[in-house]
Write a protein that binds this ligand. Structure first.
Ligand SMILES: Nc1ncnc2c1ncn2[C@@H]1O[C@H](COP(=O)(O)OP(=O)(O)OP(=O)(O)O)[C@@H](O)[C@H]1O
Ligand SMILES: [Mg+2]
Length: 138
């Protein structure tokens, strides 16, 4: 497990960039942590590193998934916050997305841990004092 200490939103974006640099098509990244922990900032870093526009990256809370296709690999950015039952995943086409040659990045992934393949990269965000965030990658 890697532990990353972030002291600013920019640090969290940089952590997303660092992870993205070693991602390959088909990788799934599960983000978990409380409201405001920095999951979306991390997602901005992932999209930016792959050549997309981070300014357009927001939590897909109501749409459930945003697709960023302008970079070297498509990024499918999910938010499970509003899903109540695992069977709703079928409705958003989750199984089909798992077959895509892109990156799946999921906020509130711990809502449905059973939805994730065994090789998923997990990033847990813990909120510290002030601007501090502790990111555990495993
Ligand atoms: N070290 C930090 N890393 C990331 N964000 C930070 C940090 N310190 C403070 N913040 C602030 O915390 C908030 C993080 O917001 P962000 O949308 O990334 O969180 P989130 O985990 O996606 O939340 P949500 O569950 O609501 O989608 C922002 O307002 C940001 O400015
Ligand atoms: Mg978010």
């Amino acid at each position: 497990m890697d532990t990353i200490i972030s002291n600013s939103p920019e640090d969290t974006i940089a952590a997303g960039r660092a992870l993205a640099a070693r991602l390959r098509a088909g990788d799934v990244v599960a983000l978990s942590g409380d409201l405001g922990a920095g999951k979306t900032h991390f997602a901005k870093g992932v999209v930016a590193e792959l050549g997309g526009d981070p300014s357009g990256v927001t939590s897909p809370t109501f749409t459930l998934v945003h697709e960023y296709r302008e970079g070297s690999l498509p990024v499918f950015h999910f938010d499970f916050y509003r899903l109540e039952q695992a069977r709703e995943l079928r409705g958003i086409g989750w199984e089909d997305y798992l077959q895509e040659d892109g990156i799946l990045l999921v906020e509130w992934a711990d809502r449905f841990p059973e939805a994730f393949p065994p090789n998923t990269i997990h990033v847990r965000f813990l909120i510290g004092e002030g601007f501090q965030r502790v990111l555990e990658v495993l």
